[in-house]
Design a protein around this ligand. Structure first.
Ligand SMILES: O=C(O)c1cc(C(=O)O)c2c(n1)C(=O)C(=O)c1cc(C(=O)O)[nH]c1-2
Length: 230
């Protein structure tokens, strides 16, 4: 039987998953090295839109499964961040502006005509996971955000340096995540450290985070397959 880990050992085990994070995917590596074509960047933005619109739905699923009022009070901020509080604000709106900055139209993003089957399957699997699994496992699955800020910072620098055909003002989404992602992952980590105190729950958290790494990786496989220029 596996031994129970101390909270610090458990956290270190979660952080080990960085090796499987989608920052290591060849598609992202080429993007951050300035080697992506305009079609690849546009294909990536249009497909990632499906992830963006589903994030508040998965956070709503976590809220609905979570019996802890204190947790819900903080978690609900994620829905607000993405949906915004009025027309013209929020993360989904910022993502649409990113697309417009890259010469995609709002209708072609919103009607999802570019979404690849593999992207749809992967994102839908993430939402289903959070609807059907214990809420603490769903929180663990969100911890890929521990690794997101480094990738976002590199991406922002790469876009500003190499993809100058995109208006820098359209990159606001990436800038906002530089502060939102650390705040969110800190909360997520606090929750799993508190709740995952048996070998079984710790193993389930590792499995949830692995699953999420696979979701993100599969999305990029599908995007690479459709638009990759290799
Ligand atoms: O662009 C990225 O590489 C990236 C990765 C991730 C992630 O690690 O899941 C998220 C985001 N962006 C993001 O923008 C975002 O809002 C977000 C929410 C979540 C989540 O699982 O709750 N992950 C991510």
């Amino acid at each position: 039987m596996t031994e129970v880990l101390t909270p610090d050992e458990f956290e270190a085990g979660l952080r080990e998953h960085a090796k499987r994070y989608h920052s290591e995917h060849p598609f992202h590596q080429r993007m951050n090295d300035g080697e992506s074509t305009q079609d690849e960047i546009r294909g990536w933005i249009a497909n990632r839109f499906y992830y963006q619109v589903n994030i508040p739905r998965k956070d709503g699923a976590i809220l609905s499964n979570c019996p802890d009022r204190e947790v819900r009070r903080r978690w609900v901020q994620r829905v607000i961040d993405h949906d915004g509080t009025a027309e013209g604000n929020g993360g989904i709106e910022s993502w649409l502006r990113l697309g417009e900055g890259a010469s995609l139209t709002r209708p072609e993003m919103e009607d999802q005509r570019h979404i690849q089957p593999g992207v749809r399957f992967a994102v839908d699997a993430y939402v289903t996971f959070t609807r059907t699994k214990p809420w603490v496992e769903s929180v663990a699955s969100s911890l890929t955000e521990l690794f997101a800020p480094d990738l976002m910072a590199n991406r922002l620098a790469a876009f500003e340096r190499y993809y100058t055909w995109i208006d820098p003002a359209a990159l606001a989404y990436f800038r906002s995540r530089l502060t939102q992602a650390p705040r969110d992952s800190e909360h997520g980590l606090e929750i799993v450290r508190k709740h995952c105190v048996t070998a079984e729950t710790q193993a389930a958290a590792f499995a949830a985070l692995s699953f999420k790494c696979d979701v993100l990786w599969s999305m990029l496989d599908a995007i690479d397959q459709a638009y990759g220029n290799r």
